[in-house]
Design a binder for this molecule. Structure first.
Ligand code: TRP
Ligand code: SF4
Length: 400
C-alpha cells in the first residue's frame, strides 16, 4: 500500500492560456500540496490525432513545460515527465492490447465523437482506436489512485477501471491463488475469518457492494497481514484475483468556465485567449478592448453584468467588495467600462508577473529545464519498471 498517488497528463498542442491555468494547472498546483503527484506530457497521445503534424508537438513541448513551471507546478514536489521517454508505457499498452475487447474501445464515446468532430482527418487508425487503452496504461503503470480529468475524459477512466479488473482477473490468479487466499483468511482470526467469508459470499452472490466494502475494511484493519496477503484477500473477496493493477478513481476537475475575451469558452481556435506569459502591453490592449454588455453604448447607459464577459473575469479575479462595486456601478451607470476593467487588468498582470518570475530561470538557462525533466523521467521510469516486473511475471513473461 502506498499513499494515494495522483497522475494526470496533458497533450502538447500549443501555447497554454488562462483557460488551461484556471481549468487545470491551478488544480494540479493544489494537488501537489496534498499528494505525491505525477504530471506528464502526453506526446504519444497527441500523435493519435496529429500523426501528420509531429512538428507541432516538437515545437510546443518545451514551451508547455515552462508554462507548467510558470503556473507553479513544482518539480520538487511532483514528478514531471514526458510520456515517450518512459518506454514502459508502450510495453504495458501492448501487453494489455492482447486481452482488450475491441467493443470496449469502440464504445468509448470520444471515439465516434472525435471522428465526427475531426472529420477532415482520417482517424480510422489503430492508434486512435487504442487511445483509451494507452491512457489506461499511463494510469495503471503508476498504480495511480486519483486521476484529475475533465468531464470529457471520465469514460476513459471508467474503461481503465474495467481493464484493470479484467487484467487482475486474468493474470492475478497466481499458482495456488485460492489456497493462498484461504490461508490468508485464517490469518484474520476465526471470527473475522468467518465474517469475511460471509461478506465475500454476499458480494459474489448478491452483488452487495456494501458487503465488499466491509470485507475490504476488515482486511485493512488487520495489521498483521502482509501486503501480499492483503491484496490476495481483496481479490478473493471481489472474485478477481491478486491486485496487480490498481483501479483508479477519477477526480473530476470542476469545470472552471474561464471565459474568453468574447464570453465564449476560452480557446485558441476562437482567438479569444490570453496566453500565459503574454506580453503585458498586449494583455492590456486585449482587456481594454474586450467586449462588454452591448446595452452600454454610451457611458450613461446602464448595463447588466450578467450579460458582460468582464463580469466573468471579476468572478475569478475580484474580491466581494470589488464585485459589489461593479454590480452597483454597472447597473446605475455609475462607473465606466474601462474603469470596471481596471481591477481585472491589474489582477491578471500581477498573476502573470508571478508566472514570468517562475519561468525566468528556465528561460535564462534552458539546460535547467532539460535537467528537471531528466530527473522526472528517471523517477517515473523507476516506478513504471516496478509495475512491469510484476506484470511480466503475472503474464508468464519472466523467462530466464
Ligand atoms: N487524454 C488526456 C487528454 O487528452 C490526456 C491524458 C493522456 C491523460 N493520458 C492520461 C490524462 C492519463 C490523465 C491520465 O486530455
Ligand atoms: Fe461589463 Fe463592467 Fe461595463 Fe458593466 S461596467 S458592462 S460589468 S465592463
Amino acid at each position: 500500500m502506498h499513499a494515494p498517488r495522483v497522475l494526470s497528463g496533458m497533450r502538447p498542442t500549443g501555447r497554454l492560456h488562462l483557460g488551461h491555468y484556471h481549468g487545470v494547472l491551478r488544480n494540479w498546483v493544489a494537488l501537489q500540496e496534498d499528494y505525491p503527484c505525477l504530471f506528464f506530457v502526453a506526446d504519444w497521445h497527441a500523435l493519435t490525432t496529429a500523426y501528420d503534424q509531429p512538428q507541432v508537438i516538437q515545437e510546443s513541448i518545451w514551451d508547455m513545460l515552462v508554462d507548467w513551471l510558470a503556473a507553479g507546478v513544482d518539480p520538487e514536489r511532483a514528478i514531471l515527465f514526458i510520456q515517450s521517454h518512459v518506454l514502459e508505457h508502450a510495453e504495458l499498452h501492448l501487453l494489455m492490447s492482447m486481452s482488450t475487447p475491441l467493443g470496449w474501445l469502440e464504445r468509448v464515446p470520444t471515439y465516434k465523437d472525435q471522428q465526427e468532430k475531426l472529420a477532415h482527418k482520417d482517424l480510422s487508425t489503430y492508434g486512435f482506436l487504442g487511445y483509451p487503452l494507452l491512457m489506461s496504461a499511463d494510469i495503471l503503470i503508476y498504480r495511480a489512485d486519483k486521476v484529475p480529468v475533465g468531464e470529457d475524459q471520465l469514460p476513459h477512466v471508467e474503461v481503465t477501471r474495467e481493464l484493470a479488473r479484467r487484467f487482475n482477473h486474468l493474470y492475478g490468479r497466481e499458482p495456488g491463488f485460492e489456497d493462498k487466499a484461504r490461508v490468508a483468511v485464517k490469518k484474520l482470526g476465526g471470527k473475522k475469518g468467518k465474517l469475511f467469508e460471509s461478506l465475500r459470499a454476499r458480494f459474489q452472490q448478491d452483488g452487495d457492494a456494501e458487503a465488499l466494502a466491509e470485507a475490504r475494511a476488515l482486511v485493512e484493519e488487520c495489521p498483521s497481514l502482509s501486503g501480499e496477503d492483503r491484496e490476495r484477500l481483496w481479490g478473493y473477496a471481489e472474485g478477481t484475483g491478486k491486485t496487480i493493477l490498481v483501479e483508479p478513481e477519477a477526480l473530476l476537475t470542476e469545470a472552471c468556465r474561464m471565459p474568453g475575451l468574447d464570453g465564449q469558452k476560452m480557446s485558441k481556435s476562437y482567438g479569444n485567449t490570453i496566453f500565459l506569459r503574454e506580453d503585458p502591453d498586449s494583455i492590456t490592449k486585449k482587456i481594454r478592448t474586450m467586449q462588454t454588455d452591448p446595452a452600454r453604448v454610451r457611458r450613461t447607459d446602464p448595463g447588466d453584468p450578467e450579460k458582460c464577459p468582464v463580469w466573468q473575469f471579476h468572478l475569478i479575479y475580484s474580491s466581494e467588495t470589488t464585485r459589489s462595486w461593479v454590480t452597483e456601478g454597472c447597473r446605475s451607470a455609475g462607473i465606466g467600462c474601462l474603469e470596471c476593467k481596471q481591477p481585472v487588468l491589474d489582477a491578471v498582470l500581477v498573476e502573470q508577473d508571478a508566472m514570468r518570475a517562475r519561468a525566468q530561470p528556465y528561460l535564462d538557462q534552458p539546460s535547467r529545464l532539460r535537467e528537471v525533466m531528466e530527473v522526472g523521467c528517471e523517477r517515473a521510469r523507476a516506478l513504471a519498471r516496478e509495475t512491469m516486473v510484476e506484470v511480466r511475471e503475472a503474464m508468464g513473461l519472466a523467462y530466464r
